[in-house]
Design a protein around this ligand. Sequence first.
Ligand SMILES: NC(=O)c1ccc[n+]([C@@H]2O[C@H](COP(=O)([O-])OP(=O)(O)OC[C@H]3O[C@@H](n4cnc5c(N)ncnc54)[C@H](OP(=O)(O)O)[C@@H]3O)[C@@H](O)[C@H]2O)c1
Length: 280
Amino acid sequence: MKILITGADGQLGKEIQNLFVKDGIEIIPYGKKQLDITNRKEVNAVLNQHQPNVIINAAAFTKVDLCEVEIEKAYLVNAIGPFNLAVEAKKMDCRFFHISTDYVFNGEKNTPYEVDDFTSPNTIYGKSKKLGEELVLAINEDSTIIRTSWLYGHKANNFVNTMVNLSNKLDEIKVVDDQIGCPTYTKDLVLILQSLLNEKPGIYHVTNLGKCSWYEFACEILQFLNRKSKIIPVTTKEYGAKTPRPMYSVLSNKKLVDLQIHQRDWKEALHEFLRKEYGN
Ligand SMILES: NC(=O)c1ccc[n+]([C@@H]2O[C@H](COP(=O)([O-])OP(=O)(O)OC[C@H]3O[C@@H](n4cnc5c(N)ncnc54)[C@H](OP(=O)(O)O)[C@@H]3O)[C@@H](O)[C@H]2O)c1
């Protein structure tokens, strides 16, 4: 089986390459420099060259604040790019897996979001990702969409690594305490993605288990690593981020439970990551 990965140089793309080792699977990684998913001709040429059985789209414009400014780019990368891939996948009868986000929801619920809950994003990033999902399913209903949240992995620009870096420099770190979600280790996402290769197409929510605030997440990171910096809880308003974030974005795991696909608690996954990356 041949699996082509787009956005292969990103946080998730790299983890897919590291972990996707199964007998009989050939991985074909394409980073942005080799394949710009917004370029239909390039997409067509690369896919025709390789004729993969599966495409996994890990490419995205993920900088939430920048998406508010570079609106056209956000829609091109997060909506038109996935559409281009879905069109070609359909033509060559190849399975298409597209990664999406908790930001497609408005965050106004206080119970976990189900896969078929109404999507009503508050940001350009969320809106462009929502449109990406819709275009993909419109052109190719046999696609699989995987929504995840609060992702962290090896040597990437993510919350965990940022907190560790800040704790090297600051005695006090202010962290938002009124946004609730679920951290997800890229390794856990990729292992479940592997299991989903054998499941029906559709929308899936894939995160670690449980929930926390960013403040609780930060405390767990620094406590585990015995860092001395004090974490100061602040409200979203006090923190004053440029772009709104969902206040609650826990994704329901009901569909994975029904399929008997195992997920780990977020703390267990985080501890493994910290031990591996920071040697505790
Ligand atoms: N990170 C999170 O917390 C999080 C949470 C929920 C869902 N997700 C979703 O998970 C997926 C993977 O995210 P990630 O954390 O791995 O993001 P990432 O590290 O930013 O990786 C995305 C990759 O896509 C590349 N890319 C950008 N524009 C492209 C284009 N036109 N053609 C091809 N590649 C392009 C980026 O390259 P450049 O960096 O050079 O632009 C980057 O290498 C995304 O779909 C994201 O929406 C992420």
